[in-house]
Design a protein around this ligand. Structure first.
Ligand code: PEP
Length: 253
């Protein structure tokens, strides 16, 4: 599967939302077609419990859906896990892998994230591979080296044009209201882009790069107009249609 749009806005609902949240998704879906006419693709990654219902509720609207994680194996004795094929079967288009909360809470290494991304590709999903430095790593001047090592370690060896998305999410900016300066976001996205082109050539340049970390209706326009920022991965502000659509409207202006 490929994703090839000017801007990609993905909502990550994390462990938030029960049946009543489907109403918010429907309100977001109502804006998806007009967004597509401006080459802006909207997507929501709800908790796994809502994925099938959300995909059914919003089918045909232009809103895409996805999961927040998948197991590297296709099936088997892995209690509590879901496979990429199950995400696909539930109507998902994307799967987020290597989110910093999973790297921290579940000790996920880049090698494991790479195997999850590979499984996603094999199931016909678009993996959104998350990378990002902690506040301490940035203070120590290690942000770029940490992020580039995560990028190189988390990407599958083989993929086709437009089949992968990377989200740069500084850990210290997630859910805190703190956002790096435009210059720091630009520098990191340029460094990631360069490293992908060095390793994969034109295919590397086809990987879409999202920024994530406290994106909202106020800061979206400045962040999403930077070079090599192809969209956003949005947590808190995606939980309501109002919050998510403010971001859409900010970049439509
Ligand atoms: C995220 O967790 O992917 C995220 C970007 O969260 P927030 O927008 O709430 O910072």
């Amino acid at each position: 599967m490929e994703i090839n749009v000017a801007k990609l806005l993905v909502g990550n609902w994390k462990m938030n939302g029960v049946s009543t949240a489907l109403g918010e998704a429907s309100l977001i879906a109502a804006a998806a077609k007009s967004a597509q006419s401006q080459a802006i693709q909207l997507a929501i990654c709800p908790p796994a419990t809502l994925l099938a219902r959300l995909s059914e509720t919003t089918a045909g609207t232009g809103l895409l859906t996805g999961a927040q994680d998948c197991h590297p194996k296709a099936f088997g004795a892995h209690t509590g896990d879901i496979s990429a094929a199950m995400v696909k079967d539930a109507g998902g288009h994307f799967v987020i892998v290597g989110h910093s909360e999973r790297r921290a809470d579940h000790g996920e290494s880049s090698a494991l994230v790479q195997s999850k991304a590979q499984a996603a590709l094999e199931a016909g999903l678009v993996p959104i591979i998350c990378v990002g430095e902690t506040g301490a790593e940035r203070k120590a001047g290690q942000a770029e080296s940490i992020v580039l090592a995560q990028v190189q370690g988390s990407i599958p060896e083989t993929f086709s044009d437009g089949a992968l998305v990377i989200a740069y999410e500084p850990v210290w900016a997630i859910g805190t209201g703190l956002v790096p300066s435009a210059g720091d976001v630009l520098a990191m996205h340029e460094a990631i882009h360069r490293s992908l082109v060095d390793r994969f050539g034109a295919k590397g340049a086809s990987i879409q790069l999202l920024y994530g970390g406290s994106v909202n209706g106020q800061n979206a326009r400045d962040l999403l107009h930077l070079a090599h920022v192809d969209g956003a991965l949005v947590g808190g502000a995606s939980l309501t249609a109002d919050g998510f659509l403010k971001i859409l409207h900010a970049i439509q202006e």
